[in-house]
Design a binder for this molecule. Structure first.
Ligand SMILES: [Zn+2]
Length: 365
């Protein structure tokens, strides 16, 4: 049994451990259905996005969390039983070697493997100290031939995810697991919906689980067709910058310091009035937060901002160490801060508040 604070550790584990490489998000969609099914009308379409709409007044407020994680697909199967893999999403090759993975076959079977390479003993001097390209790596599932791989049910195109399960660190509040980008944001979205169940809201609230964010916000580009929204809150698991090597004063994502409110990254300039509303809401409610301006990266906000006539967006995230690797580390107090802040914000987004976000006559006066 996992022990958290107010965190539902079992649900968090279910979210993080789900096998959901971009384009293969079915297990995460099922968690969405199970948890949110009773809360509103659930629909899926086209790309695989899933939404749950809670009937209510105008405006239409969207919570968006991408369901996919970075991973691999089986690219080819060698005669000797080793699998070549193609990366899905932004891996950093430093982190790949010797990591456990799980191949999910078409029948749903999960086959364990490990990422291997030729050992340094057999590499020329110049290659020993450089990072091996993905083409030089392979997945070893223990098979000795292509026939044995086929007997396991593995075929070309099968998704491969990190073979990592969520665990509590010995220090309170700290967790290690895979796919916090973005199952932390996804979990927060489920908890916000659960937390607001039965609560009267001044809006129509839509929870959206989007697909294929990690390969270029592909799901978010189409989710507006399912749920024409007037405003979007993107929930994420963005990178922390509090490890050795970062200058103290420039840190904007420190574990335990609260929800990260992203004002900018190269894909989206967040609506300033919405950012201000988030800041005020956090201050009024005593919720810890960290404002962030990022030089790189991007989220679903980059796509959602283009829906219809344009949609005011903001990104609220749980700072996560070592994202885009097999093991991330987060602090569940930040997760709680994201949930609390988002719930408080949703309660404030009534017609007047949402109109004011894009009332440029007044904003410019
Ligand atoms: Zn993400």
């Amino acid at each position: 049994m996992l022990v958290g604070m107010t965190i539902d550790a079992n649900l968090l584990k279910e979210c993080c451990d789900a096998h959901g490489v971009s384009g293969h998000e079915g297990e995460v969609r099922n968690v969405f259905r199970r948890v949110l099914g009773r809360m509103g009308e659930v629909a899926t379409a086209g790309a695989g996005n899933i939404v749950c709409e809670r009937a209510g007044a105008w405006p239409r407020v969207m919570l968006a969390a991408h369901m996919d994680e970075i991973g691999f697909l089986v690219q080819s199967v060698g005669e000797d039983g080793f699998l070549s893999i193609v990366p899905i999403g932004g891996w950093w090759n430093h982190t790949l070697l010797s990591q456990k993975v799980v191949v999910k076959t078409r029948s749903g079977r999960k086959v364990r493997g490990v990422i291997g390479s030729k050992p340094p003993h057999f590499l020329p001097e110049n290659q020993r100290n450089s990072v091996l390209p993905i083409e030089a790596l392979f997945v070893d599932v223990g098979a000795a031939s292509a026939d044995e791989v086929a007997e396991l049910g593995i075929a070309l195109g099968d998704p491969v995810a990190p073979g990592v399960e969520l665990e509590a660190f010995d220090m309170p509040h700290r967790w290690v697991g895979k796919a916090f980008d973005n199952r932390a944001g996804f979990y927060a979205m489920l908890e916000v919906m659960r937390g607001l169940e039965g609560c009267e809201l001044p809006n129509t609230l839509i929870a959206a689980g989007t697909v294929q964010e990690e390969v270029g916000t592909r799901g978010a580009r189409t989710v507006g067709e399912l749920a024409e929204m007037d405003c979007a809150i993107v929930l994420e698991g963005p990178p922390a910058d509090d490890t050795p090597g970062f200058a103290g004063s420039g840190r904007q994502g420190v574990l335990g310091k609260g929800a990260q409110v992203r004002m900018y990254d190269p894909t989206a300039i967040m609506n300033p009035a919405l950012v201000e509303l988030v800041r005020r809401t956090a201050e009024e409610n005593g919720i810890p937060f960290q404002m962030t301006v990022r030089r790189s990266g991007g989220t679903d906000a980059g796509a959602l901002q283009f829906v219809g006539p344009g949609v005011p967006c903001v990104v609220i995230g749980v700072p996560t160490r070592y994202i885009h690797a097999h093991h991330g580390v987060l602090d569940d107090r930040d997760l709680q801060a994201v949930i609390d802040l988002t719930m408080a914000l949703v309660k404030k987004l009534d017609a007047a508040a949402v109109v004011s976000l894009t009332d440029y006559e007044s904003l410019d006066a």
